[in-house]
Design a protein around this ligand. Structure first.
Ligand code: NAG
Ligand code: NAG
Length: 312
């Protein structure tokens, strides 16, 4: 078993790498770069736009339009089904809102050796796009909510440091992580300095290293998720399952927004929650409407499959 595990993964990685290099002759440089799309409840079919004055000026946003910006993770693109589902949930919840998708598939998937440079490049261009929303469309930064999954969470943090027109209202890190990207200093991650309200949902060890936001939700302890133990081999598959639970929970919470809440128990640490030594006097709600006046760590348990919601 262990021998298999040691051999199979590198062989598979090597095979995929060979195929990728053969197919993409321009490896390892980015070919497409950063793409932006927007969707509205009227036109759910995404439309591409560019971070230029002309393109931004044509966007259907007003100063008060709520804007959600979704940033996918490593090896992903904005066509991932969870991105589509989260977009749909956000637009159904708020018909007047606009969802912007940041797509950088090419820049970090093919170009892993260049990730450190490219990740900063993605953040630079996205921050510029947001500054243009503020300058050209007078969009209030407080109406902007950036939601980043995994590496996208880390990119959100870099964006927070690069915006020049003010401070973003809200950022949600969905198991935000930082694969292979030193230096390990808070400015390089999603941390509480990046938006007026920074909220994390943590579901796996991949997302356990990023610094605290203002409100940190830990689902089922924040390291492994019920239902993911069935993925017995290899361990990586279990981790992927735990990691993606962050977006599954977020999508469900957006669908419940205004109807039901994932209430979470305020507790200094996981052990106190597990030992039942927290009296849960302080609660907060995971989802679109956390209570911004109660900060800290919050723990909640979920079911092992949808619907995940299980009240305290
Ligand atoms: C939790 O309980 C364990 C065993 O009963 C104990 O060793 C530990 O100190 C407790 N931790 C907290 C934070 O209450
Ligand atoms: C937020 O929490 C504070 C402090 O516990 C509480 O007084 C307030 O009612 C809460 N707000 C909402 C909207 O639940």
């Amino acid at each position: 078993m262990n021998v298999l595990r040691v051999l199979v993964v590198p062989v598979m990685v090597a095979l995929v790498a060979v195929i990728v290099v053969k197919v993409y002759s321009s490896y390892p440089s980015g070919r497409v770069g950063v793409l932006f799309y927007y969707s509205t409840s009227l036109h759910e079919d995404r439309k591409e736009f560019k971070a230029t004055k002309e393109s931004i000026a044509a966007l259907p946003v007003t100063p008060s339009t709520p804007v959600s910006i979704i940033i996918h993770g490593y090896t992903e693109s904005s066509l991932r089904s969870w991105v589509v589902d989260l977009t749909d949930a956000l637009l159904s919840h708020d018909l007047k809102s606009v969802v912007i998708l940041v797509d950088y598939w090419d820049l970090v998937t093919i170009s892993r050796p260049y990730m450190m440079i490219n990740v900063r490049h993605i953040a630079d261009i996205t921050a510029r796009m947001i500054d243009m929303l503020a300058e050209e469309k007078s969009v209030e930064l407080t109406n902007i909510h950036i939601m980043g999954f995994s590496l996208g969470g880390r990119i959100s943090g870099l964006i927070g440091d690069r915006i020049q027109t003010g401070t973003i209202g809200r950022m949600t890190g969905m198991d935000a992580s930082y694969p292979w990207l030193p230096p390990r200093i808070n400015e390089e991650f999603l941390d509480a300095g990046d938006a007026i309200l920074v909220v994390n949902i943590r579901t796996s060890s991949i997302g356990s290293h990023s610094p605290p936001g203002h409100i940190d939700f830990y689902a089922n302890g924040g390291l492994s998720q019920p239902g993911c133990q069935n993925w017995y081999f290899p361990d990586t598959a279990k981790q992927v399952c735990n990691h993606y639970r962050a977006v599954a929970l977020m999508i469900e919470a957006v669908k419940y927004a205004g109807k039901e809440v994932f209430s979470a128990c305020g507790c200094p640490d996981l052990q106190s929650f597990q030992n039942n030594t927290c009296d849960c006097q302080i609660v907060n709600n995971f989802g679109l409407y956390p209570n911004a006046s109660v900060l800290g760590n919050f723990y909640f348990s979920t079911n092992s499959e949808p619907p995940y919601l299980r009240n305290l």
